[in-house]
Write a protein that binds this ligand. Structure first.
Ligand code: ADP
Ligand code: MG
Length: 287
């Protein structure tokens, strides 16, 4: 499933004293199967942007085109498209409300009008996909679970609708480091298992840099950069000038280079850094 965002602008409460231009003239193309990171400070417009991708918000101007179909054209299959683009909100556990985990996860697929046995199958699958033991948790109240587990139940609720695109808005916000790592691992595993398009929203480069293939950077309502992770980091000055950090390991390499060491800067992992530094040492040795 491909998503094209064309000249998208969203103004909250237009024509009132509270009018605010949240995003401005955004262009973005998400191809089938891609893994994107959407990054920017709080207030930069990330949540506003992604809520357009499944039709929750309507553009003030501009278009969202899904598989060639304009989402807001008359007669567009809005309901069908909404189910294919799964959106996990920030702090999704706040939206859990059923008495048991099983019922909560079943809410979406039930609403889609699927037969009962299909619902049951999807619920079990989704709970297992997010790494929770189905038999042990299905009859529990979601509120008996830990924060990280509750969040996974909420994600399972979206997965049970079998989306082709999964958008996660700051999925690690407010979790401790262990909970954070677990969620990230689940997302990576999920992408492998289901082969779906994923958009991971974050305000921390450190969190997403080593995971995603492509990064889009928001700043004050505009998309100021997009490209492969490596391309994005090559312009570290541009990123730091808008107050967005780069991963520590990338920064280290950058500093080595500034000190005259012959190393590449578009490095994302400690392992790559190690290889690159060893190469530089060997080059020097043989010179
Ligand atoms: P982010 O997700 O990057 O933190 P948001 O999309 O939430 O950014 O916010 C972008 C801008 O839009 C901010 O200035 C924010 O205050 C404003 N905004 C967000 N939601 C609303 C709303 N429901 N009503 C009015 N303004 C809003
Ligand atoms: Mg947000």
């Amino acid at each position: 499933m491909s998503i094209v965002v064309r000249n998208l602008t969203h103004i909250y409460m237009p024509g009132t004293p509270f009018e605010s231009i949240a995003i401005k003239d955004i262009n973005w193309e998400i191809a089938d199967g891609e893994f994107w990171g959407l990054i920017g400070h709080t207030g930069s417009g990330k949540s506003t942007l992604i809520q357009h991708l499944n039709g929750l918000l309507k553009p003030t101007s501009g278009e969202i085109i899904i598989d060639g179909e304009n989402l807001h054209a008359r007669g567009a299959r809005m309901k069908e498209i909404r189910q294919k683009v799964g959106l996990v909100f920030q702090y999704p556990e706040h939206q859990l409300f059923e008495e048991t985990v099983e019922r909560d996860v079943a809410f979406g697929p039930k609403n889609m009008g699927l037969p009962e046995d299909e619902v049951a199958k999807r619920v079990k699958e989704a709970i297992e996909l997010v790494g929770l033991p189905y038999d042990a948790v299905k009859d529990k109240s979601p509120f008996e679970l830990s924060g990280g587990q509750m969040r996974r139940v909420a994600i399972a609720g979206v997965l049970a609708m079998n989306p082709e695109v999964l958008i996660l808005d700051e999925p690690t916000a407010g979790l401790d480091p262990l909970g954070r790592d677990e969620i990230i691992e689940e997302i990576v595993a999920l992408r492998k298992k289901r082969n779906i398009t994923v958009i991971l929203v974050s305000h921390s480069m450190e969190d997403i840099a080593r995971l995603v293939d492509k990064i889009a950077v928001m700043h004050r309502g505009k998309m100021i950069k997009q490209g492969s992770s490596r391309e994005i980091f090559r312009d570290y000055r541009g990123l730091t000038s808008v107050g967005l950090g780069i991963p520590q390991i990338t920064e280290l390499m950058m500093k080595l280079r500034e000190k005259g060491k012959d190393v590449a800067c578009d490095i994302l992992t400690v392992e790559e850094a190690r290889t690159e530094i060893l190469k530089a040492i060997r080059r020097k040795g043989s010179a």
